[in-house]
Design a protein around this ligand. Structure first.
Ligand code: ADP
Ligand code: MG
Length: 249
């Protein structure tokens, strides 16, 4: 990337973020900038604070102290729905589909949630928008299937599709691959790779090292709420503190 590129302005800036639960410090003075379009991997042993950090970015948790800046705007005081409207979407570790609905209906809810209902007035337009996302995520053939009929990997894809329907600028994937077979991991990885680009920045939290290594341009490793390494995948993996943190679990 050239030095005088406008994309040098970070999309997301985490500033000296600390999160305590009672006397326990889950995040300790975490600062990081993520650039637009970046594929960013977040790793760390269980309990190191990864999901807590995501909760602070999405607004589910209040930060105390610390700041979250998105596209130059301080969003620290904003509740989750206002952050979503600004383009921050997350997919959950455990998929939460509306079980009584079809796949297309599940996406429709996400679309409406993002406020697209105002722009896509007709039912046909809304259906077309949903079908485009299902196409993009490899679920076209399942559009009218009940969500309960999806396999595990299809559920993970629908989870990502629902996030895409909210038109995210930042998509956070929290262990979307846990429990999948290696070929299914590749499918979800390919999907995330295809979604990432200049319009969508992705933070991937993942325990499957092969996947996070392949995906990420940069990886950050947390241990006990602190950043112990950040940089290129190979550098982070070679880091002695990272290796120790993983051996210790
Ligand atoms: P990770 O996602 O890296 O496995 P988490 O961010 O979920 O870790 O958790 C970090 C630490 O914070 C853990 O010790 C966890 O028990 C604690 N924690 C997370 N959420 C809460 C909460 N809502 N209340 C109390 N402790 C929490
Ligand atoms: Mg977690």
């Amino acid at each position: 990337m050239t030095s005088a590129n406008v994309t040098d302005t970070p999309l997301l800036q985490i500033g000296a973020l600390t999160k305590r639960f009672g006397g326990f410090t889950a995040l300790d003075n975490v600062s990081v900038d993520i650039r637009p379009g970046e594929r960013f991997g977040l790793i760390g042993p269980n309990g190191s604070g990864k999901t807590t950090l995501i909760n602070c970015i999405s607004g589910a948790f209040r930060t105390e102290p610390g700041t979250v800046t998105f596209q130059g705007e301080d969003i620290t005081p904003l509740p989750p729905y206002m952050r979503r409207r600004r383009g921050i979407a997350r997919s959950f570790q455990i998929p939460r589909p509306f079980k009584s609905m079809t796949v297309a209906e599940n996406l429709m809810v996400a679309l409406d949630f993002a406020g697209a209902a105002h722009e896509l007035v007709s039912a046909a337009e809304r259906r077309a928008a949903v079908m485009a996302i299902l196409q993009q995520t490899g679920l076209s053939s399942k559009a009218d299937a009940p969500a309960t009929r999806l396999s595990q990997v299809e559920l993970r894809k629908m989870e990502l599709a629902r996030a895409v329907a909210t038109r995210p600028k930042l998509l956070i994937s929290d262990e979307a691959m846990a429990g999948l077979s290696s070929s299914e991991v590749d499918e979800v990885l390919d999907l995330l790779m295809s979604l990432a680009g200049k319009d969508i920045t992705i933070i991937m939290i993942e325990h499957i090292m092969q996947a996070v290594m392949r995906f990420s341009e940069r990886i950050m490793c947390l241990d006990a709420g602190r950043i112990i390494a950040i940089g290129k995948p190979a550098e982070v993996m070679a880091n002695a503190r990272v290796q120790e943190a993983y051996l210790g679990t």
